[in-house]
Design a binder for this molecule. Sequence first.
Ligand code: PSU
Ligand code: MN
Length: 304
Amino acid sequence: MNQPFVISDAVADALQNGRPVVALESTIISHGLPRPRNLAAAQEFEEILRSAGVTPATIAVLDGVPRIGLDADGVRRIADEDMVKASVRDLPILAAKKISGATTVAATAYLAGRAGVRVFATGGLGGVHRGASSSFDESADLSALALAGVTVVAAGVKSVLDIAGTLERLETLSVPVVGYRTTNFPSFWLTESGEQIDWSVDSPEEVAAVMRAQYELGHGQGIIVANPLPPELQWEPAEHDAVLLEALAEADARGIRGKAVTPFLLSYIVGASGGRSLEVNLDIARNNVRLAGEIAKAWSRTTQ
Ligand code: PSU
Ligand code: MN
């Protein structure tokens, strides 16, 4: 029988031996970061993990086959090829048509969960879009995290979204949200969104303890660890606010809809900020990858 997905030898070996593994998504590489920086970034995120003794599991669909862990050529493909943006609902269609796709947070979390990878690093999550009460545009990242038993480290959600609405939906979906050493939910490029969350955790070991307790309670949900950039690395708030308003107005004027909205806003903002948002974006992802590596190590110690 054909396997529904393929786990790379390196990832399978680490999982079998209880060694730490961190999943990485591919939409951030193919649709969230511009070429050619995206390839260097994908390689760097894997290297940050390897040098910390953690096995990276970059996830993507190649020629219809979901892959948990890519080789060097697979990493190059997600950066260089024009791949579709693949959410959970696209996986069976890509499989049947044997085409490639870059997996969103939703699809990456789903596949990581199926493969037994419990920790996942990304930049920012998708969420509830502004105007969602009439457009119904809410990222499948939220409903996927209600089902996938994976801990996602993210710098909150971008201020292009409705942050308060996103937090409300996560409450409804019973997804635990903890701030890493803060109760002020970050808004991706900015350290603080001003939206308060109930809980903070102080260490990777505490995150692992929450994961362990959740497992013992029999919950299947994911956990969101909101990891803000240190204030000295954030995007200057005044410039951020100005570019953001411009990007939202431009998306509206051009009638951008559906799954094109997030990639449009991200690339518009990189251009309008003269590359500043990109540098901050890369710092965010590195910061999250490093913390996810520490959480994966703490988690693997609890399973020894
Ligand atoms: N937010 C970011 N960077 C990203 C994305 C979101 O700050 O690259 C990507 C992620 O892959 C996320 C997806 O899962 O966009 C959400 O898209 P949508 O809003 O169409 O669900
Ligand atoms: Mn959407």
